[in-house]
Design a protein around this ligand. Sequence first.
Ligand code: SF4
Length: 216
Amino acid sequence: MREVALNVLVSEIAACSACALASGRTATVPGEGLASAKLMLVGEAPGAREDREGRPFAGASGTLLNQLLDGAGLSRNDVFITNTVKCRPPDNRDPRADEIASCSTFLSRQIEAISPQVVATLGRHALAVFAPGAVIGEAHGAPYQGERQNLHSGVILFPLYHPAAALHNGKLRPTLEEDMRALAALLGAPARVGAGTATLYGTPQEGVRAEAGRGG
Ligand code: SF4
C-alpha cells in the first residue's frame, strides 16, 4: 500500500546519515500530502522553518505556493510535496550534486509509491534531477518533451519556477500563476486533483506559514 511505503520512508529518512547534511539538521523533512495524489511537487531543499517544523514549504515560499495552487483551482491538500534533499543545507545554500544523488533513492521511492500522473518540479535544481539538460527559462509552464531520467515514461514532467524566485523578483509571479493554471488544466482542474482518500502523510502539525526565507 502507498501509505505503508511512505511511512517506511519517513522512518528511513529520519535515521539517514548518508550525506553531510545529516549533521546540521534539526528535523528531517520527508514530505507531506496525499498518498494517492495525481500531482507531486518536488522542490529544492528545506529552509530554516522547514528544518524546525519537519514540514516542506512551511515558510514564505509555502504561503505563495498555497496561493498559486488555490488560484489555479488546485489545493495543497490534494497534492504531495517534497524536496530533492530531505535535510536542510547550511545557510540556505543550494544542495550539492552529491547530496542530491545521495538522497535520490528516497525521492525515487516516493514517486514509485505515490505513482502520480504529473511530477512538477519547483526550480532548476529539482528540474535537473529529471532533465539535466533542461533550461528552466525555456522549459517552464509546459510538459517537458526532452530527454528525461529518474521517471517512468508514463509520468508527465512539468517544470515550474521555484516560488522563492517570485518572492525575490515580483515580475515572475504572473508567470508562475500562468504556469500553475496550465498545470491545473493538464490535470483537469477545477476538479480536485486527488480524488478519494484524504489521509495525509508526514504532517506532524499545522503551522503558521508567514516566515521569510527560500525554504522548500
Ligand atoms: S539529505 Fe537525504 S541522503 Fe542526506 S542525510 Fe538527509 S535524508 Fe540522508
